[in-house]
Design a protein around this ligand. Sequence first.
Ligand code: ADP
Length: 298
Amino acid sequence: MQLVIENLSKTYANGTHALRDVSLTIPQGMFGLLGPNGAGKSTLMRTLATLQEPDSGRATLGDIDVLRDKDALRRTLGYLPQEFGLYPKVPAVELLDHFATLKGVTHKKQRWEVVSSLLQQTNLWAARNKNLGGFSGGMRQRFGIAVALIGNPRLIIVDEPTAGLDPAERVRFLNLLSEIGENAVVILSTHIVEDVSELCSRMAIIDQGEILQEAEPLAAIRAMQGRVWMRGAERDELPAIDAQHALISTRMMSGRTVVHVVADEHPGGGFEPVAPSLEDVYFAAMRARRGADAAAAA
Ligand code: ADP
């Protein structure tokens, strides 16, 4: 079973082109949708979760027509939105039980089996009688995953789940996601490159509503081998470096500015070769897109 997205487009009433002809084929397992804020990730996630309509295009999950047969899709969907409210004064176990009832697990004994096993799976068993208002950010996100997993969904969508988590919570949350990823199509939308590099066997990069690249992270990194170069730089050198080279990133490292450029040959000027990372793949795709935009505008 796979999710096939064909030519989805969406323009909001204010004229923002949030999705431009988006096509993706997403197999079972963890798929990373990587892009900066405003790229269109949430628009795509909400469309696939049947919460909003595209202007055109189609999507199918196995034999379910996502946009036409919304009820069938919803029965097999687990969706963790970017923001969700919880009832602060309700114990976790009670709210999960309530959601399980809403999702159609009406038999009491069976519901208890579902609820208790999800609390264990998400490592919330010990906190099950705590009110949700007392949960940390990481516990809230794990609770959100427990809700999303009720009913063994075949499509699981998690929208920017690690934003705001501290490093230890983030690692624990990503480990949890990797465990559930095997028997479903799991889409992880994120602006954090490490989320994808640590977890996803396939990915797409999205910017300004357009898919820039669809790839296996390891293969995409391999394809940049020997083409990424780095050197330390002073801040006031940056405009000249940007003018002369294909500058893909500028970052601080131990108090120094370090730049990465892409070039097929040694670019001279004090650059050294560096092993490429997924961040280089990501920034190179974004730069290529901006270059194409600038060429089109000229
Ligand atoms: P992301 O999730 O990647 O941050 P979004 O899908 O939220 O991106 O947004 C894509 C673009 O669409 C942005 O420019 C955003 O401002 C715009 N946008 C999102 N929702 C709406 C809306 N309801 N009305 C108008 N513009 C919107």
